[in-house]
Design a protein around this ligand. Structure first.
Ligand code: KIV
Length: 256
């Protein structure tokens, strides 16, 4: 799985054969310029899900439900999640989970809205954590993640993201449940992996320690923009091949 936020990133993800394109609420950081994901709205996610769906042929498109788009009331949660499938063409939603999302997962699945659960570090809780610390490190915390993984599987979730948890905990969860686990900062033993698109290609200004960068797209973009600015300032661009003259206007000077 990789995140995708718009048509070009979705085309690239899909072309690479990535199985799932996640329209993550990391959209807030990567694309909308927010420091956290908390300000991302249902409208933001919906607009970006639509563009990803239109550009994707094979990958399953999952819409990440933003902060407080679920959990305020069941009716509102169902409407917000349903909108991603009904109006934008997503095939599933992802919820940052806790004990409060077990019942909601069951209800969404009952209504035909497939749910990807997300446990471990759930960035929408940044204010509660005071940052983005590792999760599930103590015995009690690890036991709670295992219990919640089981509960969400029993509620009908079709997969589970495990973020920034010890590799041995991710391994234990992966062995304990039937649905696929998808790890980010959770070691090699999950069934799948997920990374943020901008981290993969080298567009992010900062990447977490558990991420890996495979390109240097930011440097390439900077290089292109620097060259453009230089050529416009020097008059090198536009060259004759970038413009045209209209013969019928040859006498234009005589108009004045
Ligand atoms: O929002 C996001 O990009 C995510 C993934 C990192 C799992 O939730």
């Amino acid at each position: 799985m990789a995140t995708a936020y718009d048509a070009p990133t979705a085309e690239i993800v899909d072309r690479a054969g990535v199985d799932i394109a996640l329209v993550g609420d990391s959209l807030g950081n990567t694309t909308l310029g927010y420091e956290t994901t908390l300000s991302v709205t249902v409208d933001d996610i919906a607009r970006h899900v639509g563009s990803v769906v239109r550009a994707t042929e094979d990958a399953l498109v999952v819409a990440d439900m933003p902060f407080l788009s679920f959990g305020v009331s069941e009716a509102e949660s169902v409407r917000n999640a349903g909108r991603m499938l009904k109006e934008e063409g997503a095939e599933a939603v992802k919820l940052e989970c806790g004990p409060h999302t077990v019942g909601l997962t069951e209800r969404l699945v009952e209504l035909g809205i497939p749910v990807m659960a997300h446990l471990g570090l759930t960035p929408q809780r940044v204010n509660e954590y005071g940052g983005y610390p590792r999760q599930g490190t103590g015995e009690a915390a690890a036991a709670e993640i295992l219990e919640l993984a089981n509960a969400h599987e029993a509620a009908g979730a079709f997969s589970l993201v495990l973020e920034h948890v010890p590799a041995n905990l991710a391994r234990a969860v992966t062995e304990a449940i039937e649905i696929p686990t998808i790890g980010i900062g959770a070691g090699p033993d999950c069934d799948g992996q997920v990374l943020v698109f901008h981290d993969i290609v080298g567009l992010s200004e900062w990447t977490p320690s558990f991420s890996k960068t495979y390109g240097n797209v930011r440097a390439e973009m900077e290089h292109a923009l620097d060259a453009y600015v230089e050529e416009v300032r020097s008059g090198e661009f536009p060259a004759p091949e970038h413009s045209h003259e209209a013969e019928e206007l040859d006498d234009l000077d005589s108009f004045y």
